[in-house]
Design a protein around this ligand. Structure first.
Ligand SMILES: [Zn+2]
Length: 197
C-alpha cells in the first residue's frame, strides 16, 4: 500500500524489542515526513555504533574501548565482581554510585521458555575470570524475576566449587522488577544489604 521501501522500514522497526506493528508504522511515517538530514542522522548513528561499539572482551559490557574503561580503571576494586544480566544494568548501577568493583555482563538470562541455556550466556567466561584468582566476592545482581532467580542458581552451582564468596542483592527490589528501572536509592540499598547466597 505504501510502497516496498516503507514496508521494509516498518518490518525492520518491528524487529526491534518492544515495537509492535502500530508503533513501527508510526515511526516509519514519522521518518518519511522528517527532514532528510534528521532521518539520515539516525541511519548514520546506527552505522557508527555498529562500527565502533562492541562487547568488552573481559566483562561483556558495551564499549568503544576493548577492554572497556571500567575494566582498565586501576582505581576500582578488582576483588569484587558484580554479575548483571545486561549492559543497561551496569549503567544503572554506575548511575546509582557507591559501587567500586568490576562487572560481568551475562548478556541475558537462562530461560527454559525461550530456550536460552547457560551456554548461550557468558557464564563460562565468568567461571574463567574467577578461576584466574584475585576475586574475593561475586555479587549476583540478576533481576528479581523468575528467569533472573533461575540464572542465579546456575551461577551458584558453577561458582561454588571455586570457593569464592557469593552474595545476592538485598530484596529491596520488588519481585518481578528490573535493575534498569530501580531508583538510585533502592539500588544502593540493595547493594549495601547484599547477603550470602
Ligand atoms: Zn569491561
Amino acid at each position: 500500500m505504501y510502497g516496498e521501501t516503507v514496508a521494509r522500514l516498518i518490518d525492520e522497526l518491528k524487529a526491534l524489542p518492544g515495537i509492535g506493528q502500530r508503533t513501527a508504522e508510526r515511526l516509519a511515517f514519522h521518518l518519511v515526513q522528517a527532514p532528510k538530514e534528521r532521518a539520515l542522522a539516525l541511519a548514520q548513528a546506527i552505522h557508527d555504533v555498529k562500527q565502533n561499539a562492541r562487547p568488552c572482551r573481559v566483562c561483556f559490557t558495551v564499549s568503544e574501548q576493548d577492554p572497556c574503561a571500567l575494566c582498565t580503571d586501576s582505581s576500582r576494586d578488582r576483588s569484587l565482581l558484580c554479575v548483571v544480566e545486561r549492559p543497561q544494568d551496569v549503567l544503572s548501577l554506575e548511575k546509582a554510585g557507591g559501587y567500586r568493583g568490576l562487572y560481568h555482563v551475562l548478556l541475558g538470562t537462562v530461560s527454559l521458555l525461550d530456550g536460552v541455556t547457560p551456554k548461550d550466556l557468558t557464564l563460562e567466561a565468568l567461571v574463567q575470570r574467577v578461576r584466574k584468582g584475585g576475586v574475593r566476592e561475586v555479587i549476583l545482581a540478576t533481576n528479581p524475576t523468575f528467569d533472573g532467580d533461575a540464572t542465579s542458581l546456575y551461577l551458584k552451582q558453577a561458582l561454588e566449587p571455586l570457593k569464592v564468596k557469593l552474595t545476592r542483592l538485598a530484596r529491596g527490589l520488588p519481585t518481578g522488577s528490573s535493575l534498569e528501572f530501580a531508583s538510585r536509592a533502592i539500588l544502593t540499598e540493595a547493594l549495601e544489604g547484599r547477603h550470602t547466597y
